[in-house]
Design a protein around this ligand. Sequence first.
Ligand code: ARG
Length: 421
Amino acid sequence: MSGEGALRKTASYEAVPGEVGRVLLLYSGGLDTSVMLKWIQDRYEAEVVALTVNLGQPGEDYEVIEGKALHLGAVECHVVDARETFARDYVGPAIRANALYGGGYPLFTALGRPLIAKLAVEYARRSGCDTIAHGCTGKGNDQVRIEATVMTLAPELKVIAPVRGWQMGRDEEVAYAREHGIPVKGGTEVAPYSIDDNLWGRSSEGRWIEDLDHAPEDDVFQLVTPPEQAPDEPEEVELEFERGLPVAVDGQRLELVELIERVAAIGARHGVGIVDHIEDRIVGLKVRDIYEVPAAAIVLPAHAELEKLVCTIHQNQFKPGLDRQWAYLVYAGLWWEPLREDLDAYMDAVNEHVSGTVALKLYKGTARVVRRSSPNAVYDPALATFAESGGLFSQQASPGFIELWSLQSRMAWRVRHARDG
Ligand code: ARG
């Protein structure tokens, strides 16, 4: 029975065994994609080219992953360091768009998938592959993001997603791995959390996380110190921005990748960036994720604070709606949708003025803005002050303003209330 599902074709871009000669497999080195590497060779009698993309997931040994892929029969294995591209072309725009989905998820996985899939297309073409394979399940958002990208950029390529069809549970996969000499990391009795991470954050799903009534157990936190164990002394961190992007931490200029890593380390030490999130997936499911996003939990509020300072009331009223639309498109796998680029044009225009510094105080899980300054601030202390009256702002003009400003609202109120006497 196992594997039958993979043979049925629902969409035009799905591959059936006869058409598959050489497969580019997005390979992580984990159990699913390792089993897949063998299974594709057996099932499709196809050659497999493995591709592993480094987006800054901590603690990964790429030489070990490459060795494993070749050991399992991959004809080629490519490891691509895409951290800089990821930071510049994906995380950067997300910062300018204050990107948070559902009020709490800074989209690290959603931002990574279109880049991973774009690289898969490039390497598939370069290595003469006709098909791309990935390890996503049929219940998640990642399949949408990867397959929408492949179809958009390379209509000639086919896709296979074995996990959707092979109907192996974890126990069967472990058995398959043992049978085929695939090394299985760690103990196999307890299923591990399902983890995805890159330099912008880390997510955990599965096990007790699926029980909404179960408070987080500390062993899920591999990045961020639980707040109650964080230092008793607060720490201030100062971020400098140029045109909406962070360029320095505590006065030291850093490239974006390094800067994000630096900020993540400081935030993690202080317990900052834990998000326990109920999420509406694009395929309709509602699920819970535990996120550890120490860098995003500092950089995004700092950026938003500075943007608010340099923008007018009208821009500040308008942009959050566009920010939300941006986050939704990216979450929903439509990175290549023209509206995203249209929105980016607006984000870039606004962010031309978002330069300056913001300092946050970090303390046991919180990051609070305590200082901000910008040459572009639409702020004049002489105007705002309570200290003296008169000057440039004429308080005598205010009653006239109030009379006109409230005119329609007052008229409508009177009309409605005259009706009910
Ligand atoms: N819920 C998040 C998202 O849809 C994180 C998904 C993590 N992916 C994973 N394969 N574990 O973007």
